[in-house]
Design a protein around this ligand. Structure first.
Ligand code: FES
Length: 319
């Protein structure tokens, strides 16, 4: 497939207010063609021009029915900083975007084993289509969905209507705490886990699973990055082979800083799941935040520049 064939041109055909801070955007082909078939839990990478004319990209889960070929619906959380500000204020019905062909980090198990789905906040946008698919297949599953408050949790009514007997809601405002360790401990021994949420939740799941002896290959995770969680400091990137020095801004992904400086680094998922953006660190200490590199690869000095940061003030990269 050529680079051009890997792109889709989509237009916003409807906007739904899901919560005060979450909107759903329905996207259709600008040339009225059927959209590529997606699998449950797929995501779409939107490319768009910011107010200052910079091309940015963001990764969004497709929350519509995966069998739907005439449109995709994505959900977006409004944050005070970052690109969502631009989308919330400026994108309207009729706005057009270029997107990469959807891809998927989740692969639903084929056998009849039960599934445990865990979603935190906007992470429900990834998990909802998995829940509906398992429900349609008559599979045994439970969905644990935690958020700040019921009012701020998207799709609550829809889930109550469609999969009420499978879903458990946890609203922090109502003192309902999702006990990850308990959920994992209570899960059937042959269960598969599909999880999406903030970094801390996924780290808790990893730790609890390790303590309970749950095999890694039974757990699939998708991490979403929130501007509100970020408190990252600026990093200096020295490119050993191209003799460049790049000063990243605080909170600016290293991948974005590299590409802004004209450095051609390959990438795909942008959430630390695929490993496409891995580069070798020659000096300095990375802070790994990906979910894909093995300990051996990290020991060899590789890091995923889409999500990982630096513990040291400077990293010297083999670029
Ligand atoms: S682009 Fe996929 S891990 Fe970085």
């Amino acid at each position: 497939m050529s680079e051009a064939e890997k792109k889709l041109s989509l237009e916003v055909s409807r906007i739904r207010e899901l919560t005060p801070r979450i909107r759903a955007y329905e996207l259709r082909s600008t040339i009225n063609t059927e959209l590529p078939l997606v699998t449950p839990g797929s995501h779409l990478t939107l490319l768009f021009k910011t107010k200052i004319g910079k091309i940015e990209q963001r990764h969004f889960s497709i929350c519509s029915n995966p069998n739907q070929r005439d449109f995709y619906e994505i959900a977006m959380l409004h944050e005070e900083s970052g690109n969502s500000e631009f989308v919330f204020n400026d994108v309207a019905v009729g706005s057009q975007f270029e997107c990469n062909i959807p891809s998927n980090n989740f692969h639903i198990h084929a056998d009849a084993s039960p599934a445990v789905l865990i979603a935190g906040g906007i992470g429900i946008a990834s998990i909802i289509s998995i829940a509906y698919t398992l429900s349609a297949r008559g599979r045994r599953f439970s969905l644990y969905y935690a958020g700040r408050s019921k009012n701020e949790m998207a799709f609550v009514d829809e889930l109550q209507k469609n999969v009420a007997r499978h879903v458990h809601f946890y609203s922090a405002a109502d003192d309902q705490r999702l006990d990850i360790m308990q959920v994992l401990a209570d899960a059937p021994g042959n269960a598969y886990f599909y999880t999406c949420g903030p970094q801390k939740m996924l780290a808790d799941i990893e730790t609890s699973a390790r303590l309970l002896g749950i095999a890694k290959d039974r757990i699939q995770q998708e991490y979403f990055y929130s501007q509100e969680q970020a408190s990252d400091k600026a990093v200096v990137l020295e490119l050993a082979y191209s003799n460049k020095l790049i000063h990243t801004k605080p909170d600016q992904p290293l991948l974005a800083a590299l590409r802004d400086a004209g450095v051609n680094v390959n990438f795909d998922c942008c959430v630390g799941d695929c490993g496409t953006c891995a580069v070798k660190v020659l000096e300095g200490e990375p802070e790994h935040r990906d979910h894909v590199l093995s300990e051996a690869q990290k020991a060899q000095g590789f890091m995923c520049v889409c999500v990982s940061r630096a513990k040291s003030e400077k990293l010297v990269l083999a670029l």
